[in-house]
Design a protein around this ligand. Sequence first.
Ligand code: SF4
Ligand code: SF4
Length: 372
Amino acid sequence: MKSKVFFTDLRVTPQQNIFKKLDKLLVKSEFNNIIEKGDLTAIKLHFGERGNTSYVKPIYLRRIVDKVKSLGGMPFLTDTNTLYVGNRKESVTHIETAIGNGFDYSVVNAPIIIADGLRGKSYEMVRIDKKWYKEVDIASEIHNADSLIAVTHFKCHELSGIGGVIKNIGMGCATLKGKLNQHSSVKPFVVVDKCTGCMRCIPWCPVEGAIVKIENNKKVKIVSEICIGCGECILPCRDGAIKIKWDADTGSMQEKMVEHVYAALQKKKDKYIFISFLTQISPACDCYPASDTPVVEDIGILISKDPVAIDQASADLVNNQSGNRNSKLTCNFEPGEDKFRGVYPEIDWTVQLKYGEEIGLGSREYEIIKLA
Ligand code: SF4
Ligand code: SF4
C-alpha cells in the first residue's frame, strides 16, 4: 500500500503566508492524532553547527511547538551530542550553540533537553534482533518521551548521499557509542599520489593522531587504528585525495542507521511523525560550520508517518528540479537526473530506503497529497 506524504510548496500570498500553510498541513496530516494530553513530546532536530545557516529556522519550530501545546502536549527540543569535537560535543556547548543559532526559549517557546545527557552516555537499550544489531542503544530522553516529532532539513550528505529523516533519527538518536559503531563501517584512506600536502584536512580531524604527516611533511596518511570514521576530513580535501570504499563502507553504515531508526520508533507505536523542510538544500550536512550554495531551488515542506516514504518523496522532488550550476553539483543538472550522485557520484543513497523497506520500517511507494 502507498504511504501518504502531505506536501505544501512555498508559494504564498499576504493572506496565506508559509506559517498558515504549515498550520494547514499539520491539520491535514495525522499530526493531531499522535499527541495526547500530558505527552512529553520530543521534537528531534539538528540545531546547526556554529556558522551553518541551512538548519530549519527556529520560527518554524515555534509554530510546531505551539501546535503541540494546543493539543495538550509538553514539547521539548532535542538532539544528541556529536561524535566529532566541535561545538556540540557535550550538552553545555551544544545548548549554547543552539541558543546562538536562535533556539532561545523566548523564540521557540520550549526548553532544550539534550537527549543523551551531559557527555553522551545516557541511553536505553532496545532489542531489535536485526541483521547488524541484536540490541541498539537509543538516547534516553528520546526513548522515554511519549511522542516523537522529527523535524528534518533535507539535504545532500557526504556519507549517506541524502540527509533525510533516516539520517536525522538513525544517527541523531544514537549515543556516542552507537554513532561510533555506525561510523566504524567507514574507513577513509589517502590516495598518496593525489595528496598535495596542503594540510587542510588536519584541523578538521577530531582525533589527534588520526591524520599524520609523511614524506618530510609533503603528504599525509590516515592511521586506520586511530580514525573513528566520522568523515569530517572528506569535504575539506579539495584535491579529492581522501577516499572511502563507498559501496561497502557507506552501504553498511546506511543499513546500521536504518536499524537505529527501527529501534528509536519501537516504543512509540503510532506516536511519531516526520516533518521535512526541502529548503536551502545544501551539498553537505548541517554539522559543517558553513552552508554552501543549494544544489536546487527551495521546494516545500513534507509531513508523513512513514520515514522511508518521506525520504523517497523528498529525494524524488529534489531530483525532479533543475540543478544549480553555481553549486557543488558537477553533473546531472537536468530535471529527472540524480542530484545526490551529481555531488557524491560514488554513494548509492538508495541503500537506506531499500533496507528500510526490507525490514518493514516503511514503503518506497507513496502518494503525495498536496495542500490546495
Ligand atoms: S581521519 Fe577523517 S574520518 Fe578519521 S577521524 Fe579524522 S576526520 Fe574523521
Ligand atoms: S586535504 Fe587532501 S591534499 Fe591536503 S593534505 Fe589532506 S589529504 Fe592531502
